[in-house]
Design a protein around this ligand. Structure first.
Ligand code: ARG
Length: 616
């Protein structure tokens, strides 16, 4: 491919550069095997092609394929010799890339480094400028993907622990949808658990009608907090609060009675059912308000209660198939042999469990939605539950669906312990958002030219964007320390930095009085003469690859890292090169690059559920 005549440029629809390069490598590897240079099993080739990736350092070209090392080792040959053989065959493949490959490469023993031809890059960028999808190809073979996320236990206020599932799940749904998959989002509310037993019990003893009328969730929250302390609190916790201590003396059996109330609800007791129906709208109204503020929507909200009529059938079926059996009155699936604790699906008192509902839910989803995958965006502490759930589902004959626990770590405070208020309570989600917005207002207020009403909107967008981004930019499986100061920094890998880049980009068009639509229609040629222009263009052209990588491991932080790279390349470009004040053809080309960068950043943030502002 290192010929003099420029090979024909593949159309933008031909996929990402990486895909196109992988098909060149595929042909080369097949050739290598056919010519007997090394033995390669056809089945190995996809994994070898996955090794073709962007380089970490631009001095080694744009993409690189390291597979010569592994292949050489297997064949007992020198990696460099294999690399030369691959590179030779790449040269024969039609395409638009040129190799810095061996021989004579400065890079060492077996890497095949490839550079995208400038003409091809310019063509891809021009195509992206005119493309609604910004050059991102849609998947060829879309899947139906259920995303089970957020799923709070209602009747207790949402707290900081709910942010991760909500934000990560929403981002994944947006990204997978944009990739072209058919996504179905489902909020699997915990609306049937012991927390209702607590509220029912407390309401009957010290519920306050007037308080409920004035602020339903406030009153339910008060009852919940009180009863939880009574029923589950440590003795010192109870003793510390005189009002709780008094109640504890009055109701020594609270813990047992709460369970009875839950059992009565589950058995269909009319009073408890009526109260549940009365409380639910208030609980839902409360979380709905938060979802609106977070700009999170669900296709379905089928809580645990929805699946209750199916649970007895699940247990009966698992027993009939001899997958579950009785043990000390309870019924469980013995996954790891008889002496290991089973996956319980019915307690000795007849109550069904979280596990039973999840099994019923899988079957229901399969029947109604026929998904190819179900993603559960849930705290890593539920890892064992999902391992057992998936193993049981498999034995139950559920196949053809990929069940994935998309796990995440804990949000920590400065002290490295789970994030709490100073008083030691969990931090309510609402007040968490409020504080973020309040602090963002200080950032936004710096610009006096922004009107007051607009300023509130800006503060909300920046504050909530900061909180979401701070979560999404973490490798989801690790814990992270929550810090308002860090997340609102204007420099660094923060939403504010990205939002600022977008606002700055808007400013270029405003200042130059350039109509962006018209600019796109003009489709002036893209000039990539300066390395800073080329670096920005190459980064932007990777959008599709990045989204593919997000999907591969369900990691939104791959997208945030790339957005940061784009914003940095843009900043370098913007600071060094004149845009409005340069001659044609550079002027139109640079404006087109600005236009595309702004749209790409905006789209990237939108896929993370983060808004942008015109000015900040
Ligand atoms: N309600 C559960 C909790 O708060 C999470 C539910 C997750 N989804 C599921 N299908 N199990 O812990």
């Amino acid at each position: 491919m290192v010929g003099d005549a420029a090979p024909p440029t593949a159309p933008a629809s031909a996929g990402t550069f990486r895909d196109r390069l992988r098909s060149c490598f595929s042909a080369a590897l097949h050739g290598l095997a056919a010519d007997g240079v090394v033995a390669i099993d056809a089945a190995e080739i996809p994994a070898l092609l996955e090794q073709v990736r962007e380089t970490a350092d631009a001095k080694f070209g744009d993409y690189s394929g390291p597979m010569a090392m592994g292949l050489a080792k297997k064949a007992g040959k020198k990696p460099r010799d294999i690399a030369i053989e691959i590179a030779r065959r790449l040269a024969e493949a039609p395409g638009f890339t040129e190799a810095f490959a061996p021989p004579g490469d400065p890079v060492g023993p077996g890497f095949i480094n490839v550079r995208v031809r400038d003409e091809a890059l310019a063509a891809a960028v021009s195509a992206a400028c005119r493309d609604e999808r910004l050059g991102v190809p849609a998947v060829a073979d879309p899947d139906t993907i259920v995303i089970d996320f957020s799923s709070p236990n209602v009747a207790k206020p949402m707290h900081v622990g709910h942010i991760r599932s909500t934000v990560i799940g929403d981002a994944l749904a947006r990204i997978l949808g944009f990739r072209g998959h058919h996504t179905i989002t489902d909020n699997h509310l915990g609306d049937w658990g012991t927390q209702f037993g607590m509220i029912l019990w407390g309401w009957k003893r010290f519920g306050d009608e007037a308080a409920f009328a004035a602020d339903p969730t406030g009153e339910l929250g008060r009852i919940y907090r009180t009863v939880r302390k009574l029923a589950d609190g440590k003795p010192e916790e109870i003793a510390a609060d005189p009002s709780i201590a008094a109640l504890a003396a009055k109701y020594p059996e609270a813990g047992r009675e709460v369970l009875l109330e839950t059992a009565r609800l589950h058995e269909g007791d009319a009073d408890n059912r009526a109260l549940w129906e009365r409380f639910m709208p208030a609980c839902l109204g409360d979380i709905e308000r938060l979802y609106r503020r977070l700009d999170v929507r669900f296709d379905h909200t089928l809580g645990e209660s929805f699946f209750q009529p199916l649970l007895a059938g699940v247990v009966a079926d698992l027993e009939a198939k001899r997958l579950a059996r009785e043990s000390r009155g309870a019924i469980g699936v013995f996954l790891d042999g008889d002496d290991k604790p089973p996956f319980l699906i019915r307690k000795a008192d007849g109550a069904f469990l979280y596990a039973t509902t999840d099994l019923a839910t899988i079957r229901w989803r399969l029947e109604h939605w026929k998904p190819d995958r179900i993603l559960y965006v849930v705290d890593h502490r539920q890892g064992q539950h999902f391992d057992q759930l998936f193993a049981t589902a498999k034995r139950w004959g559920i196949d053809g669906v990929d069940l994935v626990h998309v796990a995440f770590g804990t949000v920590l405070g400065d002290d490295g312990k789970p994030f709490k208020t100073r008083a030691g309570d969990t931090v309510g989600l609402e007040s968490l958002l409020d504080e973020g917005v309040e602090r963002a207002a200080a950032v936004a207020a710096a610009d006096d030219s922004v009107e007051a009403a607009e300023r509130q909107h800006v503060a909300e967008t920046i504050g909530i964007g900061a909180i979401k981004y701070a979560d999404l930019c973490q490798n989801r499986t690790t814990d992270y320390v929550f810090s308002y100061d860090k997340m609102l920094e204007l420099k660094g890998n923060t939403a504010a930095y990205m939002q600022y880049a977008v606002a700055r980009d808007e400013g270029v068009f405003k200042k130059g009085n350039v109509d962006r639509e018209q600019l796109r229609r003009l489709a002036a040629p893209i000039v990539l003469a300066d390395p800073k222009e080329r670096a920005l263009a190459l980064e932007i052209a990777r959008f599709g690859e990045v989204l593919e990588d997000v999907e591969a491991d369900y990691r939104p932080n791959v997208l945030t890292a790339w957005l940061f790279d784009v914003a940095c390349c843009y900043s370098t470009f913007y600071d060094a090169l004149p845009i409005l004040k340069c001659a044609e053809p550079e002027r139109s080309s640079r404006l087109a690059l600005c236009d595309l960068t702004g749209r790409v950043l905006r789209k990237g943030l939108e896929l993370l559920g983060i808004g942008t502002v015109r000015k900040m």
